[in-house]
Write a protein that binds this ligand. Sequence first.
Ligand SMILES: C[S@@+](CC[C@H](N)C(=O)[O-])C[C@H]1O[C@@H](n2cnc3c(N)ncnc32)[C@H](O)[C@@H]1O
Length: 273
Amino acid sequence: MRFEIVTIFPGFFSSIFENGILRRALAEGLIEVGIHDLRNFTHDRHRTVDDRPFGGGEGMVLKPQPLAEALASLGIEPKAQRAQAQSAPPQVVLLSAQGRPFTQALARELAGLDCVVLLCGRYEGVDERINQLYCDMELSIGDYVLSGGELAAAVVIDAVMRLIPGVLGNEASGEFESFGVADAEITTDSDGVPRSQHGSGGLLDYPHYTRPADFAGLRAPEVLMNGDHLQIRRWRREQQLRKTLANRPDLLERAALSDEDRNLLESIRQADN
Ligand SMILES: C[S@@+](CC[C@H](N)C(=O)[O-])C[C@H]1O[C@@H](n2cnc3c(N)ncnc32)[C@H](O)[C@@H]1O
């Protein structure tokens, strides 16, 4: 999968791609990344990418012309002129606080594409005509305002590339983290422990512990150290439910839950009241 980033701060990304899973995914050719300096698509001595907003007001706006030229250099035409027949056209994503919320489900959607182009805004944002003409999606990484789209682009790339087969080594491991497919069918495993057909089934992950068993006066849960895998699975499922109820009760509405899960949730709620 290929990511193309258009930014006025290309240097921002160097450390991000030089560490951890991202570095390995690049080295192994599982992802490719192109970083494009918007200033290379200007034609004046000062390499100007911004201008004052029509109608007045604070701040500056990224001019449409350099962005359009940057996209043209990537072979991206305005939406109206893109060939219908192109089987997997690149998805042009505008990072924006006004965008569709970025979720694990959207990360899964993007991970199925061959190429995603990420436009990083700065100042007050990007001239809206770029959005109208070229962008398939406006995407927000959360309900707060960042200084630029670069951090948001890095977040999107990180979340998406983890879902590309081979990147995490164990193909399934991403599925068993928080936000696994929510509407998945719920079954029980051979021991009767509820289990979503798709990992966490839309719940948050359970808490994790490692050595030492005693730390700062706190002992890791005994159940995790006694080797009884049935008990461990039951405990983890209960912790997922507890954590989701405490931190993200909204997720429970769509999560894949068994009758046993629902009963357990009810008793947790009653005990907490
Ligand atoms: C200072 S912000 C512009 C904020 C804009 N005037 C508003 O109020 O929505 C500059 C750039 O940061 C990026 N940005 C800010 N917050 C973001 C968010 N929550 N998600 C994604 N990108 C964001 C966008 O690319 C935006 O164009």
